[in-house]
Design a protein around this ligand. Structure first.
Ligand code: ZN
Length: 258
């Protein structure tokens, strides 16, 4: 167990107390929860993914249509990391809290499926996932299994068995709308919750970054666990500018160990 200051321990108690009293607590997670699992932030300039590429040139919808090979070549190491990643202590803590009724839903900006792998049941993926692929010509949807592994292992670009069109992973590229069903649900949940726990998101990517504001406007409490500052820190009940895998398991322990 990491050595925590009295100040941090007190905030962990406060956070656990706030979660204990909430009736509709939701988690909003971002890339920061998955970096301890070895997954680079898809959209962060700091991640190294963009050092040799212009994001709008490889990971926008237009460039995907124009040059899917370039996208798939760029995406391959990231997809491999995601494919082989395992959930970390923060994912597990959230899943445990959900199982015990302390958390109702998880809204995530991540495309890695690690919340589900950790055991979370109700996950809303607002930036999509690699679980499915869609044909850019006939719009048929296919499960990622069987396509994603062949792409990662052998570099095979997935194609539609019906029309031979390129299959696009159902992740949101630059210049693309969020999946409407997931986005509507995320908005609705944010308005209805009485506690939002932001985990590993710097709240910089719109429109998701606006969800904590929706929650607060409707009277919800706010806890933020992120290793850098966010624009909502001033509005939060408890802020941890610390590592998610240090803080979340401690909060979970407070609530689940009696
Ligand atoms: Zn097709």
């Amino acid at each position: 167990m990491p050595l925590l200051s009295d100040h941090t321990l007190q905030r962990i108690k406060n956070a656990a107390d706030t979660i204990y009293h909430a009736k509709q607590a939701v988690v909003l997670s971002g890339a920061g929860i998955s970096t301890p699992s070895g997954i680079a932030d898809f959209r962060s300039a700091k991640s190294g993914l963009w050092q040799r590429y212009d994001p709008f040139e490889v990971a926008s919808l237009n460039s995907f249509r124009y040059n899917p090979e370039k996208f798939f070549n760029w995406m391959r190491p990231l997809a491999a990391d995601i494919f082989h990643a395992t959930p970390n202590a923060a994912h597990v803590a959230i899943a445990d809290l959900e199982k015990n009724g302390f958390i109702k839903q998880v809204i995530t900006q991540n495309i890695d499926g690690l919340h589900q792998k950790a055991g979370s049941m109700d996950v809303i993926e607002v930036h999509g996932s690699l679980e499915t692929l869609s044909c850019i010509h006939c719009f048929q949807v296919y499960p990622g299994e069987g396509y994603i592994d062949d792409y990662i292992e052998n570099g095979v670009i997935p194609r539609c068995p019906e029309c031979q069109g390129v299959l696009k992973p159902d992740v949101i590229l630059f210049g693309e709308q969020l999946p409407s069903k997931a986005w509507l649900k995320a908005n609705q949940i944010s308005k209805q919750c009485d506690l939002m726990i932001v985990v590993g998101s710097s709240l910089e990517v719109l429109p998701v970054a606006g969800l904590p504001m929706r929650a607060i406007e409707n009277g919800a409490h706010l806890i933020i666990i992120n290793n850098s500052q966010t624009y909502m820190d001033v509005r939060a009940d408890v802020v941890f500018a610390e590592d998610v895998i240090t803080i979340l398991p401690e909060i979970s322990r407070q609530l689940l160990d009696h």
